[in-house]
Write a protein that binds this ligand. Structure first.
Ligand code: PEP
Length: 251
């Protein structure tokens, strides 16, 4: 069901002690009574610890990636069943850093999505164009292809476990944010594309997060747009104060 979500992607930051501290600070400062789901995505090695700390709270845990295979000779990789076994039920897939630095393609990501869903995990699936795509006016085409090739093989029922994150690559970690109007325009396009493929019910029920240099001072305006259902936060998720201020910016 569509609802507001703010998820923090910690990337390759925070060791064990720092993870404990950041989680404690977030829990201390989080406002109560907000209609927003809060998710944090620490590194693999600290997931188990995060699940334990967050037990009996309203904050849930996501992995930042996983392998598509069930198991086997894939040195250094982590499987869906390993994540499930330590209580992780969300996974971020298709982050632009995975696509760029680890050459993850839409076809590979479609496999990862299938494996995650098979293990009853919820997927936060990232899509978004590069700067050159926007300059060449190809941004809608790029996002359309990522959606189709990564997710449109799914049946309509699977979409209850899909959350989308529109993250224009040119706005990630750059301090440059899409304007609220640019975000709304793309989120509307995404919802419309899903509606054409699956119908209104799936389109209206999927949460679409915006990601890309969201900070306490720009979150409120972006989140106020009708097709923006919260955010996927990178840099600002590493400060409890900033992250909680962003959570608080959700109407
Ligand atoms: C991200 O990496 O998902 C992200 C949105 O990063 P930042 O907020 O730092 O731009």
């Amino acid at each position: 069901m569509r609802h507001n979500i703010v998820a923090g992607n910690w990337k390759m930051n925070k060791n064990a002690a720092e993870t404990t501290q950041l989680l404690a600070d977030i829990l201390n400062q989080l406002p109560s009574g907000k209609e927003v789901e809060v998710i944090v995505a620490p590194s693999f090695v600290n997931l188990s610890q995060a699940v334990n700390i967050l037990e009996h709270t309203n904050v849930s845990v996501a992995a930042q990636n996983m392998h598509q295979a069930e198991g086997g000779a894939f040195t250094g990789e982590v499987s869906a069943s390993m994540l499930s076994s330590v209580g992780v039920s969300n996974v971020i897939l298709g982050h632009s850093e995975r696509r760029a630095y680890f050459k993850e393609t839409d076809a590979l990501l479609a496999n990862k999505v299938d494996t995650a869903l098979k293990h009853e995990m919820r997927v936060i699936f990232c899509i978004g164009e590069e700067l050159k795509d926007r300059q060449n006016k190809q941004h809608f085409n790029v996002v359309d292809t990522q959606l189709r090739d990564g997710l449109f093989h799914l049946g309509a029922n699977a979409w209850v476990n899909i959350v989308l994150a529109y993250e224009p690559v040119w706005a990630i970690g750059t301090g440059e944010t899409a304007t609220p109007e640019q975000a709304q325009e793309m989120h509307h396009f995404i919802r419309e594309t899903i509606q054409h493929q699956y119908g209104s019910s799936v389109a209206e029920n999927v949460s679409i997060l915006y990601g890309g240099s969201v900070k306490p001072d720009n979150a409120k305006e972006i989140f106020s747009k009708p097709d923006v259902d919260g955010g996927l936060i990178g840099g600002a998720a590493l400060s409890a104060e900033d992250f909680v201020a962003i959570v608080s910016a959700v109407e």
